[in-house]
Design a protein around this ligand. Structure first.
Ligand code: HEC
Length: 150
């Protein structure tokens, strides 16, 4: 019915397979796939974060979170020293059961995932935040949180 959806049949298929350009096309496709893999792994490498840029990104969190030496719980828990901290462990904030029982110790990778999609990392969390998808912004934010660890 839709001939263009199917590989050529009959004499056309024979011509296709015996065509010397076919082998070249396969080799090209393999080479392209290989170069795509390299690009993908380059993207997966951690980006260098800039703490100053991260301070600006933190404005997205600041309506609910404080960070730094005098940080206290607000609508959300304070985030001082969050990297390496056990989830749900500050004493002046009442967490959801989901957060308290998550068993997470916040690594950079886990924080990044949580910032991308809080509900995927801690299903049922009370943190209502639609997430940041820009990897550079996440790296900057993590650098800022690291720099404000005390
Ligand atoms: C609308 C308010 C709101 C915003 C905006 C928000 N959060 Fe939250 N966040 C919360 C609440 C509420 C919790 C507690 C969740 C729970 O107990 O389930 C929380 C919890 C967290 C936790 C876990 C803390 C702990 O002690 O285990 C981290 C980490 C966190 N938020 C990071 C961020 C970052 C980074 C941003 C900005 C990109 C952000 N949040 C934006 C409300 C918010």
């Amino acid at each position: 019915m839709y001939p263009y959806l199917f590989p050529p049949r009959g004499p056309a298929a024979v011509r296709f397979r015996t065509c010397p350009a076919f082998g070249l096309a396969v080799r090209l496709a393999v080479a392209m796939a290989a170069s795509c893999t390299v690009t993908a792994s380059a993207l997966a490498a951690p980006l260098a974060g800039n703490p100053q840029a991260g301070q600006a990104v933190f404005k997205l969190c600041a309506s609910c979170h404080q960070v730094g030496p005098r940080a206290r719980a607000g609508f959300g828990p304070q985030l001082t020293g969050i990297i390496g901290r056990k989830a749900g462990s500050t004493s002046d904030y009442h967490y959801s059961d989901a957060m308290q029982k998550s068993g997470i110790v916040w690594s950079e990778a886990q924080l990044a995932a949580f910032i991308r999609a809080p509900d995927h990392v801690v299903p049922g969390t009370r943190m209502r935040f639609w997430g940041i998808s820009d990897e550079q912004k996440i790296a900057d934010l993590l650098a800022y949180l690291k720099a404000s660890a005390q």
